[in-house]
Design a protein around this ligand. Structure first.
Ligand SMILES: NC(=O)C1=CN([C@@H]2O[C@H](COP(=O)(O)OP(=O)(O)OC[C@H]3O[C@@H](n4cnc5c(N)ncnc54)[C@H](OP(=O)(O)O)[C@@H]3O)[C@@H](O)[C@H]2O)C=CC1
Ligand SMILES: CC(C)(CO)C(=O)C(=O)O
Length: 343
């Protein structure tokens, strides 16, 4: 099985290393010092479950790889619309694209019956730009329960979880999903094939919609947000509003807000991927995680005052982070602080 990992970052390189360990023919696509380290030393995974090193091929040029069976998309979702030229050389007639993203995917309404069939969520697929880059027929959904971060170029710190739930948008159990699942399991990951991934999407989203923006806005860990009485109440409101939107879309995530809060608190002083981005002066992955749910709430007539407020301040921060000069200043500040932290 040939697999290309487009965006071999924290999650992509971790999945790629596991798949390679399990025997798949894996090709990592990365860039910069991280790519140089991957080429020189492979992916070094540091984990309580056991450290390991995998040495798949690594490149910045998909044309060197050619058509594959699966593209595992490890990019941040805001880069999906622009990934068409990188994706094209990897596409054969049957290539599937596995989007390992948080939040509402661009294929969310694809394959559903009823009045919302093939409805396009504007926030995540503006003007159809993502559907054009990644046709929905190619998409396999993936909900990532693992948490990882890039500790140093080529080095992935695995923090918790090994589950990558996958599923077809049209609720079939396909051969391509079961094949991929076997390859992931051979690499030591959990990879259940779900008949309808949408329930998993909302269960995971209850955490991301709350902790990713709040952690970035307050520079706090998940546990710190849960332990403070008023931010815990804020998190609770955000989760309740999210559940209401899900219910109006016909999804009933089988987990209570209290259980989700307790799980987040147990994760401890974990910094979300969005907090990492902000600390590096990079824009947040906000559209798929929060703004899309506000759009869906408006569509189904749900009142989401708390989500709307957090979205508006987070979008204001994102506008500053998208402004290159601010991002450069923050990156320079982070670089200046790094030796001090190390000492
Ligand atoms: N990290 C986690 O624990 C979790 C992440 N997720 C989801 O997984 C997805 C990926 O997140 P994460 O792994 O944290 O993100 P990362 O930023 O670590 O990984 C993205 C990688 O893609 C690379 N990249 C971007 N553009 C290109 C390009 N044109 N060519 C080559 N490489 C490119 C980036 O390189 P560069 O740094 O140079 O831009 C980076 O290494 C997100 O949707 C996130 O929500 C879900 C659950 C948990
Ligand atoms: C917080 C985590 C790891 C899941 O809870 C996540 O999805 C993220 O950091 O984006």
């Amino acid at each position: 099985m040939r697999i290309a990992i487009l965006g071999a970052g924290a999650i992509g390189a971790y999945a790629g290393a596991a798949l390679h360990r399990g025997g798949a023919d894996v090709h990592l696509i990365a860039r910069g010092p991280h790519l140089e380290a991957l080429r020189a030393d492979g992916v070094r995974v540091l984990s309580d479950r056991g450290d390991f090193t995998a040495r798949p091929n690594a490149t910045n040029d998909p044309r060197e790889i050619g058509p594959v069976d699966f593209v595992f998309l490890g990019l941040k979702a805001q880069h999906y619309a622009a990934c068409g030229p990188m994706l094209r050389p990897l596409m054969g007639p049957h290539t599937a694209v596995v989007a390992a993203q948080n939040g509402i995917p661009w294929w969310y309404f694809h394959g559903l019956a009823g009045p919302l069939a093939d409805h396009r969520v504007h926030t995540v697929d503006p003007g159809g730009s993502v559907s054009r880059a990644i046709p929905v027929e190619r998409a396999i959904g993936c909900v990532v329960y693992a948490a990882t971060e890039i500790e140093a170029p080529g080095v992935i710190r695995h923090l918790e979880g090994t589950r990558f739930s996958i599923g077809e948008p049209d609720r079939t159990i396909s051969r391509r999903c079961t094949d991929l699942s076997e390859a992931m399991v051979a690499g030591g990951l959990k990879c259940p094939v779900e008949r309808d991934l949408r329930e998993d999407i909302w269960v995971k989203l209850m955490g991301n919609i709350t902790f990713n923006p709040l952690s970035a806005l307050t520079r706090s860990t998940m546990a710190q947000i849960c332990r403070d009485r008023s931010s815990r109440e804020l998190a609770r409101s955000m989760m309740n509003e999210t559940l209401d939107v899900a219910a109006r879309l016909g999804v009933d995530p089988t987990i209570s807000v209290e259980r989700r809060l307790a799980g987040a608190e147990r994760a401890g002083d974990h910094r979300t991927s969005t907090l990492h981005d902000v600390e590096r002066g990079r824009p947040m992955e906000l559209d798929v995680i929060l703004t899309a749910v506000v759009e869906l709430a408006d569509m189904v007539g749900a009142a989401v005052p708390t989500l709307r407020t957090v979205d508006s301040v987070a979008r204001l921060l994102n506008a500053r982070l998208t402004d290159g000069s601010v991002a450069e200043r923050m990156t320079a500040a982070a670089a200046a602080a790094a030796p001090a932290r190390a000492a």
